[in-house]
Design a protein around this ligand. Sequence first.
Ligand code: NMX
Ligand code: MLT
Length: 471
Amino acid sequence: MVFYRSVSLLSKLRNRVVQQPSLTNSVRWLQIQTSSDLDLHSQLKELIPEQQERLKKIKSEYGKVQLGNITVDMVLGGMRGMTGLLWETSLLDPDEGIRFRGLSIPECQKVLPAAKSGGEPLPEGLLWLLLTGKVPTKEQVDALSKELRSRATIPDHVYKAIDALPVTAHPMTQFTTGVMALQVQSEFSKAYEKGIHKSKYWEPTYEDSLSLIAQVPAVAAYVYRRIYKNGERIPMDDSLDYGGNFAHMLGFDGPEMQELMRLYVTIHSDHEGGNVSAHTGHLVASALSDPYLSFAAALNGLAGPLHGLANQEVLLWIKSVVDECGENITKDQLKDYVWKTLNSGKVVPGFGHGVLRKTDPRYMCQREFALKHLPNDPLFQLVSKLYDVVPPILTELGKVKNPWPNVDAHSGVLLNYYGLTEARYYTVLFGVSRAIGICSQLIWDRALGLPLERPKSVTMEWLEAHCKKSA
Ligand code: NMX
Ligand code: MLT
């Protein structure tokens, strides 16, 4: 016990040191890795009791504190501006964009371990950060990569379930079917059937979540290979990390595409709790549905064109611009095309947001990637022109709250450049990434014992009567 405490103390001290690079050289002796240091599960086990106490304290001390006023507008307006969810892994600022456990995207790019020096963050590192709130060492990330690889085998019935669908079914339908087929292995469901105590829920949820995160790239890659590459499966490469392996299983082995995939999976993972996919996953999980059921539900929300499917819509729309006007379209022609889209009652995909009020930092980091790796690509140049042309037009409409581009405005042209040209597949990539955010929070939902989600609804008659009374 005494030994355990000193190792644990040493480990805490070392973690602090690792986060302050100026100290790392002088205290190298502290960089002893214990087996529990490298194990995400042990780290969580240590963190959970203190966070449970923290939540209890907030409830007992601040339970009656008011959080703004809910208005009829909010009830009728898709609950915009209503604070209604606890979501620990990330927080969205309307102007600054997303922070993962307090770190912005540029900060994550700086501090999270990469495959090679100066490279894009490894998504496993982000998973560690989301779960523990701590920046992992490269050794911790490598240990997690290895663990994910060890959980990645796909049972044969999953492929058979996907194969039962017509090959023409939308890739998101095939992907979600694969996730639902994985559900039969749920440890949480089995443990619940056996009567597990509620204080232990987080443990099988952790098992399911890590397995699900480990398995979704192979399921997603199968969907791609089935639809577009005659069903030839590419096995995982044991020498590769999560993002690199995903690109590899899809059939892309170029180092730049692997870097893009690491960045892509990292930045799409989490966007606080109120977006449609995260909120759906959280809602379904609140009924104690297991991680597979909850994540499959989340994917069905992601498949909507106002949410994740927008990445497909953007590339298809850009291609329709090129088909009609050519690649060297002028800004005036582009303005006409944007107006034509709006006048036909459609949205301009990739622009606007429910919360953000400035350009999405996820757009900006993809733009930086493009400036570094594909500055002369005609479709990237078209995307850059859209950045100039679309916001003033949306502003002129007078009703759009955020005229700036979101994450989906950029992702397609990058993938297209490296040969992943099949736009209908793009939302599946978003889905793989989102497993990391949704499952991380789900483990905390269970650890903190968050309750069944069940807001009150009212009818129009109730609203009219209530408003007349209060007038
Ligand atoms: N093009 C045309 N009209 C728009 C756009 C746009 N890009 N963005 C907002 N509007 C309209 C919106 O349809 C609404 O019109 P109406 O009152 O006639 O229904 C009005 O402007 C006010 O909407 P907002 O309050 O600005 O936006 P809201 O929070 O309701 O919706 C989105 C946010 C993201 C759904 C919306 O901006 C949109 O439809 N964008 C295009 C689709 C898209 O890129 N979605 C991806 C979002 C990111 N993600 O991955 O999930
Ligand atoms: C997301 O990543 O979930 C989208 O930007 C939508 C949102 O945050 O509402």
